[in-house]
Design a protein around this ligand. Sequence first.
Ligand code: 5GP
Length: 188
Amino acid sequence: MTSRGRMLLISGPSGCGKSTICDRLREDPRVVYSVSATTRPPRPGEVDGKDYHFLSKEEFRRRIEAGDFIEHAEVHGNMYGTLRAPMETAIREGRIYLVEIDVQGALQLKALDVPGIYVFIAPPSLEELRHRLEGRGTESPEQLERRLAKAADELREKDKYDYVIVNDVLEEAVAKIRELAGLGKEPA
Ligand code: 5GP
């Protein structure tokens, strides 16, 4: 168990490989993953309560009013929010609380002075990002163009983070982030 609980925030344009990096970081028992709430419908294979808390628009609104979110944002036409209570518990217990979030949300947390390690994951290039998004095949051509235009804007915000990690070689990116979070090398 790490002696100092803190938030490890991973952010960056969609398709930059955040989820894969976070999946790897989550394998460490000292890491607690922040399960966001969203109004977007589940994709095939996604599990409620594990990937997201899938909420109706009404329920999401109710929870905003109840003050349950540290931040919430509309991303690509759906609502997403970070829940307050699980973060407070995990940090109190001395764990690394892993928050995977879009750039808007990350900058909201920064503006609120939420303490933590803010990491921006950058794609090797916008061209590479286009290939990755096309390969994923989850977006329509219009959505893809929208995400790429947004990614170009988001890249301009990277200097507001504590660290920028270029996700070229996955293993190297994971190792660097583990080091930043004080997790050390991955067990063999
Ligand atoms: P996706 O629908 O592809 O899972 O996520 C779309 C975007 O929403 C991603 O960039 C993801 O990081 C972001 N996102 C996920 N959870 C949250 C959250 O709790 N708050 C905010 N602001 N963005 C989030």
